[in-house]
Design a protein around this ligand. Structure first.
Ligand SMILES: *Cc1c(COP(=O)(O)O)cnc(C)c1O
Length: 340
């Protein structure tokens, strides 16, 4: 099988397994796991924040951020196709008593300054006020779009001028930085907190980072405990995460493979391929006259795995466990599929 469903399918390499085995550990709820402390320091430096905290999942990182930044009843401004809106089980409402105001970020998945300004609600006797703006980079559902620092700043500055904090769901923010050839801090400088995943293209088996100011992370540690995410000798899974931070430079290769994949897929009858900006390739398959799920079945028959996105599209994702040769073979197989 050539598994192009997601960059979450990456398996830890030998170096990560060794790092896990040899990790120096302690009780992290007491702040005594040296490996976690090291990871958190390095992660904070990487994204240019005062502090950072290891969390088991990106979802938990986003949910903790929302809880810490807001009061129950407040509104969260978020792009309508963003992960916090689509894929977190209504957690903002369930965990933090928040209501959503969805913004349409268009093809690039990022709201404009004007949309944010129009969306911010001032608190008064009747209205709860806006507690948070949540942005996403790269934007997953829109096709791994790399949102530029200028686009982030335009949306974020308007919110912050109105005392609304900004959280960045940066599950793949290093992909964005590499694609745009900017330091990741050029993106994160415009927001109050950022979550990024170690467990996706960076290749760690488990874990994400939530980063921000010292007071923000101190409060986030309490909320992580509340959500049941206070872990003990967690250096075992933090050690591969430390290794994963060194893998950022490999993203250029993953992105190049995505472009090659997109070029090849473009020749398939009925495929409308979106030019990839990072490691995600979206293909509108309505031209085949088949449901996306049927297209996926036919690909699976040829040992190529992809996934559906929305009503008419399928998604291919390149990652460190697919080689250039795998891409070539995947294209050969897709081209041989009968889509009539
Ligand atoms: C994967 C992802 C997350 C959540 O990560 P998990 O570790 O799977 O919970 C959040 N946001 C975006 C954009 C993602 O792609």
């Amino acid at each position: 099988m050539i598994d192009l469903r997601s960059d979450t399918v990456t398996k830890p390499d030998e170096a990560m397994r060794e790092a896990a085995r040899d990790a120096d550990v302690g009780d992290d709820v007491y702040g005594e796991d040296p490996t976690v402390n090291d990871l958190e320091r390095r992660a904070a430096t990487a994204v240019g924040t005062e502090a950072a905290m290891f969390v088991p999942t990106g979802t938990m990182g986003n949910q903790i951020a929302a809880r810490v930044h807001t009061e129950p009843g407040q509104e969260v401004l978020a792009e309508r196709e963003s992960h916090v809106v689509r894929y977190e089980l209504g957690g903002l409402a369930q965990h933090s008593g928040l209501q959503l105001r969805r913004l349409d970020g268009g093809d690039r998945g990022v709201p404009t300054a004007e949309q944010v300004a129009d969306g911010v609600v001032e608190e008064d006797l009747h209205r709860p006020g806006t507690g948070l703006l949540c942005l996403e980079n790269t934007h997953n559902v829109r096709g791994g779009v790399a949102i530029t620092p200028t686009e982030i700043a335009a949306a974020a500055d308007v919110a912050r001028e109105r005392d609304v904090p900004v959280h960045l769901d940066g599950a793949r923010v290093f992909n964005a930085a590499v694609a745009l050839d900017v330091p990741v801090t050029g993106i994160t400088a415009h927001v109050d907190s950022v979550m990024f995943c170690l467990s996706k293209g960076l290749g760690a088996p488990v874990g994400s980072i939530l980063a921000g100011s010292e007071p923000f992370v101190a409060q986030a540690r309490r909320t992580r405990k509340l959500f049941g995410g206070g872990m003990r000798q967690v250096g075992l899974i933090a050690a591969p995460g430390l290794r994963a931070l060194d893998n950022v430079t490999d993203f250029e290769r993953d992105h190049e493979r995505a472009r090659r994949l997109a070029d090849g897929l473009d020749g398939v009858d009925g495929f409308d391929v979106q030019t990839p900006e990072t490691n995600i390739v979206l293909v509108d398959v309505s031209g085949t006259g088949l449901e996306p799920s049927v297209v996926l079945e036919r690909l699976r028959d040829r040992e190529v795995l992809a996934t559906t996105v929305g009503e008419t599209a399928i998604r291919f994702c390149t990652h460190r466990n697919v080689s250039g040769e795998d891409i070539r073979r995947a294209l050969e197989r897709v081209e041989a599929v009968p889509f009539e």
